[in-house]
Design a protein around this ligand. Structure first.
Ligand SMILES: CC(=O)N[C@H]1[C@@H](OP(=O)(O)OP(=O)(O)OC[C@H]2O[C@@H](n3ccc(=O)[nH]c3=O)[C@H](O)[C@@H]2O)O[C@H](CO)[C@@H](O)[C@@H]1O[C@H](C)C(=O)N[C@@H](C)C(=O)N[C@H](CCC(=O)O)C(=O)O
Ligand SMILES: Nc1ncnc2c1ncn2[C@@H]1O[C@H](COP(=O)(O)OP(=O)(O)OP(=O)(O)O)[C@@H](O)[C@H]1O
Ligand SMILES: N[C@H](CCC[C@H](N)C(=O)O)C(=O)O
Ligand SMILES: [Mg+2]
Length: 487
């Protein structure tokens, strides 16, 4: 329980009507979750306007309302406050309600189109092995030390996020690593948080359905760095030309990493094989279990964060070298088969190309590469033909299939993908919408030494169709089908 006036500390109010000394039992942005004594924050969403649910929230017991537009006839029995942007206000309010937990631990945010989950998961495992109590907020799962809390988003909403951070503080976490998605930045989910540091991995084609232009997408990511305090660090990948852009207006102490230029943290790939990566990091040569050159960036970023946080470099490298890949990221599925089978979460053109190029670099000549891939519904449509073209280019056979069609017609999604497959590639392509059948067909086609890549769903354990999540796990299905066709 907290006083309304304390919860609104640091929120820019444009008008107030009613008592500010009210006891508030909970902060809600969904009228369906409001209880007696709640504060309801009306947010304009992508589907509906939360302002339309103010009356419903009051009927359910809300005693105070935060809104952008005051109603013409406000209910005099409750307190109304107006502010210019309720998305960001909700972040500050949630942080105040939970006593600003981000100030009580070292919070590091990682942004980028690809590599966020891998990097925060590496950091979580690294700091656990260095003996710390650690929090993790990721696409795959949230964690407080060894306790797993299901994740519904890459970056949780303002209230869940601050609640999770406050639980981390209660459980004595000294550090927390979180993914910061561009949706989260745009929707104020990280407003009110105090970061110890932020990391930029890369930016490439994704989410244009939401951000509309690539420049908007870049500018949204940049806000994470623009809003860092001078006490924080900003660490960017300089091999991505937008790394420099992220640093343009930050007050934070700047650091860079990369493989191409002389930077604060530089790595060189010595060996890249199915056994792992051998990297030279700042002059020290180390083997890692992760596969593919793209993972050199994730490993280097994790090393740099630990170094900036003043961990001992050689101990950090030793611990990092033993850490496994994150679930569903270049995960080998072993079914005692002669076929090499990999599940990977590549769901962007850049990720798919990286993974297929990595596979290509391991080929000795005669083996076939068979790729099973789809594109999500209700997401960026422009990436579909590009992903399909990349899949066809780097594979001997490609099977286009369903991947979370959500509310879209799956045939239309596949048609969009096929738009990227030119006449010279079309002979390589098959369409099998049922994902299980698609994986089965890939396994039936594969001979000894061939390579199967099942891309797009990684760790996901469902296929989402019209709001219903049906059980589906690429890794389990692949294993079952490899067994079926084992010689
Ligand atoms: C497109 C998008 O990001 N939507 C997010 C957004 O919902 P929205 O703006 O559509 O909300 P809305 O349905 O229009 O409702 C507006 C407001 O009215 C309220 N409302 C609504 C109905 C009602 O009866 N009463 C009521 O009060 C809602 O609670 C909300 O506050 O705000 C919600 C609350 O925070 C999120 O759950 C929701 O995530 C949806 C489910 C989602 O799928 N988001 C994905 C795209 C996403 O965020 N992905 C990124 C990762 C992407 C990546 O990097 O690959 C992530 O961070 O997870
Ligand atoms: N540093 C990287 N650069 C480019 N591609 C990468 C990198 N790291 C991972 N990938 C590819 O991107 C896929 C997704 O990786 P990861 O889950 O770590 O990214 P993410 O940024 O968390 O994605 P999301 O936006 O869905 O949360 C991997 O399965 C791999 O194919
Ligand atoms: N975090 C990503 C996940 C994409 C994974 C893919 N399986 C899909 O459903 O499109 C997104 O929300 O865009
Ligand atoms: Mg992620």
């Amino acid at each position: 329980m907290k006083l309304l006036k304390d919860i609104l500390y640091n929120v820019n109010l444009t008008s107030v009507s009613g008592n500010m000394n009210l006891d508030i039992t909970d902060v809600c942005f969904d009228s369906r979750a409001v209880k007696e004594g709640s504060l309801f924050v009306a947010v304009k969403g992508t589907q509906v306007d939360g302002h339309d649910y103010i009356d419903k929230a009051i009927k359910s017991g809300a005693v105070a309302i935060v809104c952008e537009e005051m109603p013409l006839l406000p209910d005099m029995s409750v307190t109304f406050v107006a502010t210019a942007n309720t998305h960001t206000a909700l972040g500050v309010i949630a942080a105040n309600f939970y006593d600003n937990p981000s100030r009580k631990l070292k919070l590091v945010g990682v942004t980028g189109t690809n590599g966020k989950t891998t990097t925060v998961t590496l950091l979580y495992s690294l700091f656990r092995s260095l003996g710390y109590s650690v929090g993790l907020l990721s696409t795959v799962e949230n964690k407080i030390n060894d306790r797993v809390i299901k994740a519904s988003h890459t970056t949780p909403d303002q209230v869940s996020l601050n609640r999770l951070l406050s639980e981390m503080v209660e459980e004595k976490c000294q550090v927390a690593f979180m993914e910061v998605s561009s949706h989260a930045i745009d929707q104020g989910r990280i407003a009110g948080l105090e970061f110890t540091g932020a990391v930029f991995m890369n930016i490439s084609h994704d989410h244009l359905d939401y951000h509309k232009t690539f420049d908007n997408y870049i500018q949204t990511k940049k806000k994470l760095f623009d809003n860092l305090p001078s006490s924080a660090f900003a660490l960017v990948n300089l091999d991505d030309k937008r790394g420099q852009v992220m640093l343009q207006n930050t007050k934070a102490t700047q650091y860079a990493f990369g493989l191409k230029f002389m930077t604060d943290y530089k790595a060189k790939v010595i060996t890249n094989s199915y056994q792992g990566l051998e990297l030279d990091i700042n002059g020290q040569s180390v083997w890692f279990r992760l596969i593919g050159k793209f993972n050199a960036y994730n490993l280097l970023a994790a090393f740099a964060v630990a170094d900036i946080l003043q961990e001992e470099p050689s101990e950090v490298l030793m611990m990092l070298s033993g850490i496994e890949t994150a679930p569903g990221r270049f995960e080998a599925v072993n079914a005692n088969s002669e076929v090499m089978a990999i599940v990977d979460y590549a769901h962007t053109p850049d990720a798919l190309e990286n993974v297929l190029q990595t596979i290509d670099s391991f080929r000795s000549g005669n083996e076939k590469v068979i790729t099973v891939v789809g594109c999500g519904g209700d997401r960026d449509k422009d990436k579909r033909p590009v992903m399909a073209s990349i899949a066809a280019k780097w594979s001997d056979k490609v099977i286009f299939t369903d991947d979370n069609p959500r509310t879209e017609n799956p045939d239309k999604i596949i048609k969009d993908m096929m738009g990227g497959v030119g006449p010279s590639m079309v002979r390589k392509a098959l369409v099998i919408r049922d994902r299980k059948e698609a994986i089965k067909t890939a396994c039936s086609m594969a001979d000894s030494q061939d390579i199967i890549l099942v891309a797009g769903k990684g760790h996901e354990t469902y296929q989402e169709i019209n709001g219903v999540r049906h059980d589906f796990d690429d890794r389990a299905v692949l294993k079952e089908m490899l067994e079926l066709f084992k010689d």
